[in-house]
Design a protein around this ligand. Structure first.
Ligand SMILES: C[S@@+](CC[C@H](N)C(=O)[O-])C[C@H]1O[C@@H](n2cnc3c(N)ncnc32)[C@H](O)[C@@H]1O
Length: 381
């Protein structure tokens, strides 16, 4: 993908592409290594607002380049899965550009372009994906066009996972706008009227995102669902959330690994955007000290999430001994809680005598799949 310089004043899109590129690479490689086929579906593909003539700053190019490199990497390991990519675009003029990009595309990834809206193409998508493992990307411009009823047949497929751009900032601005058509379209997006009760909730953001995550989880009967938050470049507020649902514990672990990289990138991209903004306003150049300092807002958020992880760990263990492979995805469903954090909590619990861990080898310190964890001393509440 292109460097952040191509994404001036839309750094959030850079971070979305950074996330997509890394997660797509991971899932395509993992599935391509063990299965004969993999398909990627971009349900709102564009190309949209590209600065690069060759569209290197669009999800289309980013995905095709990444899938080609995954294919080459797998070929070096004597694995030759069929890798396909399906793109859906509603606007006829944008679709014409999409067709052209796909025609010019060189590589072994088989591509298909579907004209028209996502809603009108749901059956075609399900049909074309067939029984292949699919990674589905839903990246709309607002909250319309991907009603939960339309998403359901895609979510319910047995093999695959989904990443949806939940446009929080946009939705939030219209949440209190009392207009019947607006409210009904939000009902369709959420697949429930429950969002209405969140309007006056002081913790509106987590309440709204969690409602959407749970709706996706239920619609697709996913055992695991979560999200990652992308901030506005200039303000400590959410722009959007990438909602992710999977049937694989490994998927949750990998999603969080990618989030960890995105958080570091986000830190540096936002500090640069904020410095440039101040310079534009003051007309004075500032010294660039680099971007290795975490913002107080981020530090606070992560501390809160780690406390939640500790509470979730305790709640799970209070039910009785639990296998590491059961515990891990449930804890890592919490945003900003990474596998290293979980392992540290377990090792500290073992050292303090609060936890027992069965299945560790004599020289092993880090718990892993196959270990069973139990609570030895109960915490007083
Ligand atoms: C946010 S842009 C996509 C950006 C692209 N995924 C990227 O990251 O480069 C949304 C795209 O979806 C198209 N679109 C809007 N409504 C749609 C719908 N109901 N179905 C399919 N495409 C739609 C728009 O024309 C636009 O090109």
């Amino acid at each position: 993908m292109k460097p952040v310089g191509y994404y001036k004043d839309r750094e959030q899109t850079y971070l979305k592409h950074f996330f997509l590129e890394r997660y797509l690479e991971t899932v395509a490689y993992h599935i391509g290594y063990s299965q004969k086929e993999f398909v990627y579906v971009d349900c709102f593909s564009g190309p949209w607002r590209a600065e690069d003539e060759e569209l290197g700053d669009t999800s289309i190019r980013i995905a095709l380049d990444r899938l080609n490199s995954v294919r080459n990497g797998l070929a070096q390991r004597q694995k030759y899965p069929s890798i396909r990519a399906i793109f859906v675009e509603k606007s006829p003029s944008v679709f014409a550009t999409l067709k052209q990009v796909l025609q010019e595309h060189r590589g072994d990834v088989k591509t298909t372009a579907l004209a028209g809206s996502f809603e009108d193409n749901v059956d075609r998508i399900v049909d074309q994906v067939g029984s292949t493992f699919a990674f589905i990307f839903v990246d709309p411009t607002g909250w319309s066009g991907f009603a939960m009823d339309n998403l359901r047949p895609i979510l319910q497929r047995a093999k695959g996972e989904v990443m949806i751009n939940f446009m929080y900032d946009f939705i939030n601005r219209f949440l209190t706008f009392q207009n019947a058509a607006n409210e009904e379209s939000l009902d369709r997006c959420f697949g429930t009227r429950e969002w209405r009760s969140i309007r006056d909730n002081p913790d509106r953001e987590p309440a709204l995102v969690n409602l959407y995550v749970e709706q996706v989880r239920t619609a697709g009967c996913f055992p695991y669902a979560t999200f990652s938050r992308i901030l506005k470049p200039l303000h400590d507020r959410a722009y959007f959330h990438l909602v992710y649902a999977t049937r694989s514990a490994k998927g949750i672990e990998q999603f969080r690994e990618v989030e960890k990289k995105v958080v570091t990138e986000q830190q540096s991209v936002r500090q640069k955007a904020q410095r440039e903004h101040r310079e534009r306003k003051s007309g004075q150049a500032e010294i660039d000290f680099g971007a290795d300092v975490q913002s107080p807002g981020f530090r606070h958020e992560r501390e809160q999430q780690l406390r939640k992880a500790d509470a979730r760990l305790t709640a799970l263990l209070e039910e009785g001994p639990v296998g590491y492979e059961v515990l891990q995805p449930r804890v890592l469903e919490l945003p900003l809680v990474w596998n290293t954090d979980l392992n540290e909590m377990l090792v500290n619990g073992l050292r303090s005598g609060r936890l027992g861990i069965q299945g560790l080898g004599p020289r092993e310190r880090t718990p892993k799949a196959g270990c069973t964890i139990r609570l030895k001393t109960r915490t007083l509440s």
